[in-house]
Design a protein around this ligand. Structure first.
Ligand code: GMT
Length: 376
């Protein structure tokens, strides 16, 4: 019989700005709200972890810098902390987000503990742990081993599950649990945000990402430079990292007056509610949490058709997908939606409905709870 007592769940993720950390933090808070005890274990407080939330704890991993090591090691101190928290807090499950090195550290942690104190390990693959590191022969066997030793493996899209089977040759079951987003209430009104951005009648085209090469910021800017009429829009970039490396590209294209950048924004909901259209140009993406964030506010996106994105957006129904790498196609799709507010609204409503029906916390979090209880 399945016990319904609240669980003690350890969550390890990268604390920096990235979809896997954002998802892991949100999951931790949702689980705590449902009565479970949640222990985050990482080298820093996860980027969106709330302060003083009931039943949520943070256990920092301290890394000392030894002159002997050319490369500082994180896996060992992480595994020691995982074992310590598992033992002291009686963890039922250790849920690791992003396989490298978290899944390997979890395996090591488990073997440090007596059998009775060993938590079950659930590994969630997020994207580049498979698509980038899974191709690297220096990592691949270790990833496959850690997945094989996990009690359950999940992936955030069917596409990523298939890529994991193909690239890592991991043939045990992978459960697909899509990402979710629970928007907080914006702190400012749409008019206030548009005022801050100095917008009049322009369409607010929003991009949000950590600017890594895979996001193709060069393509984003090239596409923006081709949008006509040029006065019809402003591209607002919520940058999870330093935008400086891209400033010269903006200048070369002569679009300084069309592009506004805000770095490391915490209150993304303020900008999401003010946006009219999302624009995403990634060359690979397992899900694209940012597209979902926009959908939750009734904002449809134009995006490259890559990876798991077609599982998030149904093209021409809840957004528009175009072939990857094509700046002209991106610009034409954006232009068509700038010129047609009614179609934008139809797509936006469908996007919001889809987000609520398929990718809400109420849909997704019980799937993780059910999985934890199943592996216990
Ligand atoms: O996209 C990034 O560079 C960050 C990366 C991460 O692991 O933090 O994001 C991945 O996980 C997100 C949450 O599951 C997905 O929405 C992103 O699509 C995925 N990124 C890639 O696959 C490139």
């Amino acid at each position: 019989m399945i016990s319904a007592r609240p669980l003690r769940i350890g969550i390890t993720c990268y604390p920096s700005v990235g979809g896997s950390g954002v998802l892991a933090s949100a999951l931790g808070h949702e689980l705590a709200q449902r009565g479970h005890e949640v222990h985050f274990i990482s080298y820093g407080r996860p980027f969106r972890m709330q302060d003083n939330a009931p039943r949520v704890h943070f256990h920092p991993v301290v890394i000392n810098d030894y002159g002997l090591f050319k490369y500082p090691d994180y896996t060992l101190p992480l595994s020691v902390k995982m074992a310590e928290v598992s033992r002291d807090c009686g963890l039922d499950v250790l849920h690791v987000h992003y396989a490298v090195p978290h899944a390997t550290a979890a395996m090591l942690a488990r073997t440090m503990l007596p059998p009775k104190l060993r938590p079950r390990v659930v590994t969630t693959l997020h994207g580049t742990d498979t698509t980038l590191l899974g191709r690297d022969t220096g990592y691949q066997p270790a990833i496959r081993h850690a997945l094989t030793c996990s009690d359950a493996v999940t992936a955030v899209s069917h596409w990523l599950a298939a890529e994991t089977r193909r690239l890592i040759e991991f043939h045990q079951p992978i459960e697909v649990i899509h990402n979710f987003f629970s928007p907080r209430k914006p702190k400012r009104t749409r008019a206030e945000v548009r005022g801050e951005l100095g917008l009049k009648d322009e369409v607010l085209v929003l991009h949000l990402s950590n600017l890594r090469p895979v996001k193709r910021i060069d393509l984003l800017l090239d596409a923006a430079a081709r949008i006509r009429p040029r006065e019809s829009f402003k591209l607002v970039i919520l940058a999870g990292d330093d935008f400086t490396p891209f400033v010269s590209h903006v200048r070369r294209l002569g679009i300084e007056d069309r592009v506004l950048v805000r770095e490391k924004v915490q209150d993304i909901e303020d900008y999401l509610q003010a946006a009219d259209l999302g624009l995403f140009t990634s060359e690979s993406e397992s899900f694209c949490l940012s597209i979902l964030e926009a959908m939750c506010f009734g904002c449809p996106s134009v995006s490259t058709r890559v990876g798991g994105i077609p599982e998030v957006i149904e093209s021409e129904k809840s957004g528009v997908l175009v072939p990857p790498g094509d700046a002209d196609a991106l610009a034409r799709a954006v232009e068509a939606l700038i010129a047609n507010p009614r179609r934008r609204a139809v797509l936006g409503r469908a996007a919001q409905k889809r987000a609520r029906a398929l990718f809400s916390a109420d849909e997704i979090v019980p799937r993780y709870e059910e999985l934890y209880r199943r592996v216990r």
